[in-house]
Design a protein around this ligand. Structure first.
Ligand code: NAD
Length: 414
């Protein structure tokens, strides 16, 4: 099912359409097509058995017109330069869409963390920060967790950074453990932000939660929390998957119980559920499909079979341009990644604010701020989409690009 995946070309294609509709100048267009900096390093690490290995690592600083570069670090074999560049560009758009004062960046180390011990992961994380010396800083470039990176890994990275700069600087990284200045609510914020947006749509359409069936692909930070929050709200979770297994049960699955059993036995399992392939999961009977794993899942092959009428993109880049065109033609509402998963970066912004002021908020205070921020972004995009008669993705791009080019213009790039 995997089609040729060129995420940066996909970004450029989308940008070209937006640039035309907004009549961008060549200077503005170049600024949005070209990363400000691409930093590539070879990390030399020693395995537990003494073997030496070299891993390729990237940090792409895409655009900082609106504030410091901001974006996660991914540990994955597929994290090549093309992917990291596309994700960095998407971060610039995303931060503009939810109107937080950051630019866009992204990092990646190309390896399979599942094959490495905890001690090896710690050494890799510390080596990354040492090799990237001078790249990160509270006013410069602020990383965060992404696929297969955790608060603990952010903790190692902060510790290594502070050793190098010789002072406390918790705001140089977000998504870190609470004990080091992490924000309450950051762990569930990506999912919670997506749910706030989904609920705006559900309310606007007058839909009944109890009748809505949900399939979630991916059972990590984004997917697990989304499934459990929706389950608690009364939605019926009928499909779940992780990298090893996919489950379907039209009678409903309990994500919290499945999570507990995954922690005990290592696999997704639920009595009475049917084990299916990833393709079957995406094509399952449901109302809401939530891709929350990897990119390029909803393509020319899989999109025609999707039965959901709403897609909430918690993953970054789960829909290819062909998939997008199919959904538009079929009248399926796609809540695009730059909006759907922006609760993570919005709460990272709150974490950074708390670190700067050294005064911390309760979880309730964090979500009291997140809720209107996500709802406002949704309605701004919805209104733009109606006015311009475009998809929500196109509208989000228009809004994001407009805000970045306004900042560029204020810097003299017109
Ligand atoms: P994670 O590492 O916590 O979880 C990833 C999950 O995807 C795991 O459950 C894994 O088993 C599953 N997975 C991997 N390959 C799969 C496959 N082929 N089929 C089904 N499941 C598969 O990562 P995460 O933080 O939840 O990130 C998931 C997506 O959400 C990514 O695209 C990420 O960029 C995006 N995202 C995450 C955050 C965040 O705050 N965590 C914020 C914004 C966007």
């Amino acid at each position: 099912m995997h089609q040729e995946n060129k995420p940066f070309a996909f970004y450029l294609e989308r940008l070209a359409r937006t640039a035309e509709s907004l009549d961008l100048t060549p200077e503005q267009r170049t600024a949005l097509e070209t990363p400000n900096a691409v930093i590539e390093k070879e990390l030399s690490i020693v395995r537990d058995d003494g073997r030496k290995e070299t891993l390729r690592a990237y940090r792409v600083q895409f655009n900082n017109a609106r504030g410091p570069y901001k974006g996660g670090i991914r540990f994955h074999p597929g994290a090549d330069l093309d992917e990291v560049k596309a994700l960095a560009a998407a971060m610039a758009i995303k931060c503009a869409v939810v109107n937080v004062p950051f630019g866009g960046g992204k990092g990646g180390i190309q390896f399979d963390p599942k094959q490495y011990s905890t001690a090896e992961i710690e050494r890799i994380s510390r080596t990354f920060i040492r090799e990237m010396n001078g790249t990160f800083g509270i006013n410069k470039d602020i990383p965060a967790p992404d696929v297969y990176t955790t608060p603990q890994i952010m903790g190692y990275m902060l510790d290594e950074h502070e050793k190098m700069v010789g002072e406390s600087e918790p705001g140089m990284i977000t998504g870190k453990p609470i004990a080091l200045g992490g924000s309450l609510g950051r762990d569930t914020s990506t999912a919670q932000g997506g749910v706030y947006v989904l609920e705006e749509l559900v309310t606007m359409r007058g839909l009944d939660r109890e009748k809505l069936r949900v399939v979630v692909q991916g059972f990590g930070n984004a997917g697990y929390h989304a499934a459990s929050i929706l389950h608690e709200l009364g939605y019926r979770i009928v499909g779940l998957s992780d990298s090893k297994n996919a489950l379907l049960d039209p009678n409903g699955l309990d994500p919290i119980a499945i999570h507990r059993s995954k922690q005990e036995h290592g696999t997704l399992a639920s009595p009475g559920a049917r084990t299916v392939t990833n393709e079957e999961l995406l094509a399952a009977d449901c109302d809401i499909l939530i891709p929350a794993a990897l990119d390029n899942q909803l393509t020319a092959t899989t999109a025609p079979k999707v039965k959901a009428s709403i897609i909430l993109e918690l993953a970054n880049g789960p829909t290819s341009p062909e998939g997008d065109a199919i959904f538009e033609e079929r009248g399926i509402t796609v809540i695009p990644d730059v909006l759907a998963n922006a609760g993570g970066v919005a709460t990272s912004y709150f974490e950074w604010v708390q670190n700067r002021q050294q005064f911390y908020w309760t979880k309730e205070e964090v979500f009291e701020r997140l809720h209107p921020l996500m709802a406002n972004a949704f309605h701004a995009i919805w209104t733009t989409a109606k006015e311009k008669r475009t998809s929500l993705r196109e509208a989000a791009f228009v809004l994001g690009v407009e805000r970045i080019t306004t900042a560029l213009a204020a810097r003299g790039i017109k």
